[in-house]
Design a protein around this ligand. Structure first.
Ligand SMILES: [Zn+2]
Length: 466
């Protein structure tokens, strides 16, 4: 491996230039208007490494450059100094991140005499959507842990935080309309207040991360329904599913969705869940049966589909785009579908023309153990880092699906993951995932990746950034 080839995710294009630039010869950072905060963080990171970027010497320039695409950057290291040029602030942010990795590996070889090999890197993301889902409904995490996850994501250039906030075991966003929901929390108590959510939103936005909050229906709602049995088919035996027919259910959910979405004013996409509902309750319910007949349906899945499309159209009426997990249902075309069981779901969705997110469990569920020695549940497979690194079955027909595939997203469910295990579960597999989301297949090999990851580990980059 070449000494200039150390960056994760691996750049789209990197060429060595003649010579080296001594780290000792670096002077101060100059930043174009609007980029001052990147200058500040770069100086702070360098200072931890023992490098002073405030004195006299070869400059480190941070600039915006209109001919570069969004989220993209060009980093040039030559005898005159360093330039990080971005197409937009996100591009500069990612370019500065790449330079910090570059500097960190150089300094690890010894500060005195450390050199940066001259090079030119031109980089752009493979996918505009690069996601991580975190389940805060099962095990709850503190605001501090959420921020650590967001910071780690941004260092790896992931830009969508899909936040699973509601499930049978907990309802984690503050509800002023239904405050009783915030008493839930069977695996760990807690919820995020409106102020805490605002704080997390601001933290994410500073790091160019969009939040997609998720609320669940019609299944995965046991806790909520125990508090509101009137919303079930049989109030005596509430179960996990909302009744599909009772009018008060839709009224309740619309109020709840509107309040939930209101906590995320800068999110343009809301996830409605929609997975793993059972039909048993509906089959026995006189009102569901009556509605099924009235609509002329032959299966309760059709009734469920109708219900989900109604919820999705309410989301659209709020000016937002709905996402659901893949089900047997056909969702109206503007709904984004998240494939999670198999690649076939992607192919099916593609036929209907819905946009898609790729999250197939055996390749991207990070609650699965990375080695057989880790604790696991019987529904889990082993998912080593190499498995995540090669998880791109869509690569073979990327052209065919074109823009319909927004991008991949890995998922950390937390039934078996208490808060203190969140970061250890994410690393190092999130690095491998980030590279599949950012870097084209033709630029990647497992061997080259592991060399870079080991170099970054050995030089202390993870200690600096995580
Ligand atoms: Zn019913």
């Amino acid at each position: 491996m070449e000494s200039w080839d150390v960056i994760i995710p691996r750049p789209a294009k990197a060429e060595p230039l003649e010579g080296v630039l001594k780290v000792e010869s670096l002077g101060s950072v100059t930043a174009q208007a609007g980029l001052a905060r990147f200058k500040k963080s770069l100086i702070a990171d360098a200072s931890v490494m023992g490098v002073d970027l405030t004195g006299k010497g070869r400059p480190v320039r941070l600039v915006l450059s209109p001919e570069i695409k969004i989220e993209s950057f060009v980093m040039t290291v030559d005898s005159r100094g360093v330039t990080v040029a971005g197409g937009d602030p996100a591009g500069v942010f990612y370019g500065v991140g790449a330079f910090v990795q570059y500097l960190c590996t150089a300094v690890a070889r010894g500060l005195r005499g450390a050199v940066l090999p001259c090079c030119k890197i031109e980089d752009s993301p493979r996918f505009a959507y690069r996601g991580l889902m975190l389940d805060s409904a099962r095990h709850f995490q503190s605001v501090a842990t959420i921020k650590r996850v967001l910071a780690l994501m941004s260092e790896l250039r992931l830009n969508v935080f899909h936040w699973h906030l509601c499930d049978s075991q907990g309802f984690r966003t503050e509800s002023k309309l239904f405050p009783e929901l915030n008493t839930l929390g069977t695996m760990a108590p807690g919820f995020y207040t409106a102020e805490e959510i605002a704080e997390i939103r601001a933290f994410a936005a500073e790091r160019f991360i969009t939040i997609i909050p998720e609320i669940e229906m019609p299944g995965h709602s046991e806790g909520l329904l125990a508090l509101h049995p009137e919303l079930c088919c049989d109030p005596e035996n509430p179960g996990r599913e909302f009744c599909l027919a009772k009018r008060n259910v839709r009224t309740f959910l619309k109020k709840l969705i509107a309040e939930f979405a209101g906590l995320f004013p800068d999110s343009k996409i809301i996830h409605l869940g929609g997975d793993e509902a059972e039909t048993t309750q509906w089959e026995k319910c006189p009102e569901c049966r009556k509605l099924l007949k009235k609509k002329g349906y032959t299966s309760f899945r059709q009734l469920e589909n109708d219900f989900m499309n109604d919820c999705a159209s309410f989301v659209r009426s709020l000016g937002l785009t709905p996402v659901t997990w893949f089900t047997e249902s056909v969702m109206e075309r503007s709904t984004i579908i998240q494939a999670w069981r198999s690649i076939h779901e992607l192919k099916e969705t593609c036929k209907h023309g819905n946009r898609m997110i790729f999250s197939v469990h055996d390749q991207l569920y990070l609650d699965y153990p990375a080695t057989p020695a880790e604790p696991f549940e019987n529904w889990m497979l082993t998912l080593p880092e190499s498995g995540v690194y090669t998880a791109e079955p869509y690569a073979a027909w990327e052209e065919e699906i074109g823009d319909l595939l927004l991008g991949p997203e890995c998922c950390l469910w937390t039934e078996t993951v208490p808060e203190h295990r969140v970061i250890p579960k994410l690393l190092p597999r999130l690095c491998a995932f980030a590279e599949t989301a950012w870097t084209s297949s033709c630029r990647r090999t497992w061997f080259n990746y592991t060399c870079r990851r080991e170099t970054l580990t050995a030089c202390g980059w993870f200690d600096l950034k995580v």
